[in-house]
Write a protein that binds this ligand. Sequence first.
Ligand code: ADP
Ligand code: MG
Length: 326
Amino acid sequence: PQLISQIAAGEVIERPASVIKELIENSIDAGAQRVQVDLEQGGMRLIRVADDGSGIARDELPLALSRHATSKVAGLRDLEALQTLGFRGEALPSIASVARLVLTSAVAGERSGWRLAGDGSDEFAEVAPAAHPRGTTVEVRDLFFNVPARRKFLRTERTEYLHCEDVVRTHAAVRPDIAFELRHNGRTVLDLPAVGAAAAAGRVAALLGEEFLRHAFEVEEESSGLRLCGWLGAPTHSRSQADQQHFFVNGRPVRDRVLSAAVRRSYRDVLYQARHPVFVLFLDLDPATVDVNAHPAKHEVRFRDGRLVHDFVFRALHRALADLRP
Ligand code: ADP
Ligand code: MG
């Protein structure tokens, strides 16, 4: 019931940015080509994510808001083959337990869309007709209105907003084929049209800044089913900071010790220092050899063969950095 959802929400939903992450991942899972994010007061007052994805059929709206009803994980084999970002059917019910959530959606071929509102309790109102183009809009108002203890941990509007922007930028960088728009308090902050793979650098620029790309070195390496591509910042790059490190595994942002170790070791080996390397790297490998869902909120991954991944990444970066050495 509600308490369980709130406890689950505590694990996944820390702040507005965590809500946005879940909603954007759902939009991507739904095959959206365009994702629009609207925020008010750093997302604390309003988060609205609208997409043009597959939509949710009328009968499935209540299921989308009930715990585990939608879990896509049927067994271990499923977990291994899992490629979509969502897997636990937990995000929407968790969010609905700690905020006022309204879900509006329409599937192709229907004359009307449908709307369902949750009010933080388990009792969801009736599904009502609502005009909506194909796709889904999720509106989340007054995050933690019913959980003062969590509300207390929210920071200033500016800080919460910057976390939200970071989530949008990160997803925009990984999926250049999707258009992203971000508005804050009515003002358009990001307006990124979809681009082909060849123009992905533009998206990375949106993530790390033009300045980064001008001084960045491209990495591209493939061997035995592993592929690494992306950019390494030149060591002289002035914006070097810990938050300028982006690793994506199969399109998903991750933080991982195996990968960090490989990066640090290669920088140390080639450049004799490993302080604050700046990079954006995309590692692609067989989904069956990596569990990306070790902890959904913490961006952890577990590689079946960590040694293999470490050595591959280390060698690839070693080669790229050696080219870059003065
Ligand atoms: P999960 O993504 O883990 O399945 P969520 O709670 O995030 O669980 O979402 C529940 C379900 O609601 C999803 O499995 C999906 O069927 C549906 N859903 C949520 N958001 C969208 C969306 N933007 N477009 C289409 N379907 C959605
Ligand atoms: Mg989800």
